[in-house]
Design a protein around this ligand. Structure first.
Ligand code: ZN
Length: 478
């Protein structure tokens, strides 16, 4: 019975939405909107998409098999139905029902938004893969970086100001390099960071615009994007190829003979080609094209002039499974951090938690007096003085860039609450950010803790080693 009550509580908005949509349908009939359009669009786009969320939760209540069944069923089915809904909308528009479709879609969308609930977070138990193999697979490619990081030269004299850091949030991927400010100007010379040869020329109207890849003798690559122009000899070849292909966009791979370069050679000039204003996007990749944080080079990080600490803006507490509670509810709870006179961050209340709790934080870092906000470089989390989590954005596997959603909390981004970084390793996370910690690390399990207050401290570090601390008191009931 308790489960049933929980279902009602979790899905009260869904159930409300059903009622609301029923009213909308009646209203639609009353105001003479075409019957077929009401039936198809409201029903398919609205009700089924939403009703199914509740149905899934119903299924998830079935003991043992329920959660698995629910997870298997959920995604493709909802997509298919929504897809049918959109197709029907399109055909309805073609038949001249466009106004009705827009009205009913808007109503369905409103109903859907109103009924949004915390999240379906069905956690399945471990699986049979041994954690050691998984960790080896993830970390082994980065164990030995066979390159001399101190041999790389800063690629521009325009500035040493970073406007976007390595692994910063992008909607569909991690930022795979760093953005260096060119003071919003074009035309700064761009230098080869090391000797080697031009291994790829990329030209596009959007994205990276004009971009060069250099391959260095140890197989590592550096890339330079949004260039205004390439050096003359490359520019001549590019223009010729564009003429031949009758296309501005270009992607050419080259061997070592075409354009060899020495460290410090001017390979082009900075610009604003592609997406975004004038800046230089710079990447470092290993021989397998995995992006590496260029600031692992001590020479690079010594160029940064930053003595400002990272700034904790908000913290989110996420109930990982349905039996977990934050302040008595199954939910995601977001609260602003406050800063004390001494510069430490804290919350103005204790946080009552029960079950499995994930923490994520919105933190930014900026260098002295500059407006650019970037993500901090690394985190450490301690519970009652013992380290429970650590992360650092050092490498991104080239094939895993879409894991962005396992690192940043996508639902909170969608709610426009900001880019929260998760301080726990969710099931399925394949990022080498965590110093070989196993899946589940960082999740606070209150069952393992004594009732009463517990101190959680979160440390955020920037690339210059500046550090901020956020202190939280967790209250655990009996
Ligand atoms: Zn960039």
């Amino acid at each position: 019975m308790n489960r049933f009550r929980r279902f009602i509580t979790n899905y009260q908005f869904s159930l409300l939405a059903w009622l609301l949509i029923a009213i909308l349908v009646i209203a639609g009939f009353h105001f003479g909107v075409d019957k077929k359009v009401i039936a198809f669009v409201v029903l398919l786009v609205g009700i089924i998409g939403q009703a199914f969320a509740a149905l899934i939760a119903w299924i998830a209540l079935i003991p043992i098999a329920g959660p698995i069944l629910a997870q298997v069923l959920s995604m493709p089915f909802v997509w298919t139905l929504n897809g049918i809904g959109y197709l029907l909308s399109i055909s309805a528009i073609k038949r001249g029902y466009s106004k009705d479709v827009i009205i009913s879609s808007t109503l369905a969308y409103l109903a859907f938004t109103l009924s949004a609930e915390p999240r379906h977070h069905l956690v399945l138990s471990g699986g049979d893969r041994t954690p050691d193999t998984r960790i080896e697979e993830i970390y082994a490619p980065f164990d030995t970086l066979r390159t001399d990081l101190e041999d790389y030269r800063w690629p521009t004299n325009a500035s040493t100001v970073i406007t976007s850091s390595f692994a910063d949030y992008r909607r569909t991927h991690f930022h795979e390099g760093i953005d260096i400010s060119t003071n919003n100007q074009r035309g700064h010379p761009v230098y080869a960071s090391r000797g080697g040869y031009v291994s790829r020329i990329h030209v596009s109207r959007r994205g990276y615009g004009k971009m060069l890849f250099l391959r260095h003798p140890d197989g590592f690559l550096t890339a330079y994007a949004h260039l205004q122009k390439f050096k003359d000899s490359i520019e001549v070849v590019v223009k010729e190829l564009q003429k031949q292909n009758k296309n501005y966009a270009l992607e050419v791979d080259l061997d070592s003979t075409a354009f060899p370069v020495d460290k410090g050679d001017v390979i082009g000039h900075s610009g604003d080609t592609g997406t975004g204003g004038a800046h230089l996007h710079f990447e470092l990749r290993d021989s397998s094209m995995n992006p590496i944080n260029p600031f692992l080079s001590r020479h690079f990080s010594s160029l940064l002039r930053d003595d400002e600490r990272p700034f904790f803006q908000r913290i989110a507490f996420t109930a990982i499974d349905r039996s977990s509670r934050i302040h008595g509810k199954w939910r995601v709870w977001v609260v602003d951090a406050r800063r004390s006179q001494t510069g430490e961050f804290f919350l103005n209340r204790r946080v009552h938690v029960k079950g499995s709790i994930g923490i994520s934080v919105r933190v930014w870092d900026r260098s002295n007096a500059l407006k650019h906000r970037t993500g901090p470089h690394r985190f450490e989390v301690f519970l009652d003085g013992a380290q429970i989590f650590t992360s650092a954005k050092k490498f991104i596997p080239a094939t895993e860039s879409r894991q962005i959603a396992t690192y940043y909390d996508r639902p909170l981004v969608k709610k426009r609450l900001g880019q929260f970084e998760k301080l726990y390793i969710e099931s399925g996370n394949r990022l080498p950010f965590y110093n070989r910690l196993p899946e589940g690390a960082g999740i606070i399990e209150t069952h393992d803790l004594q009732p009463g207050p517990h101190e959680l401290t979160i440390h955020a570090f920037d690339l210059s080693g500046n550090q901020s601390v956020l202190r939280v008191t967790l209250m655990i009931g009996k």
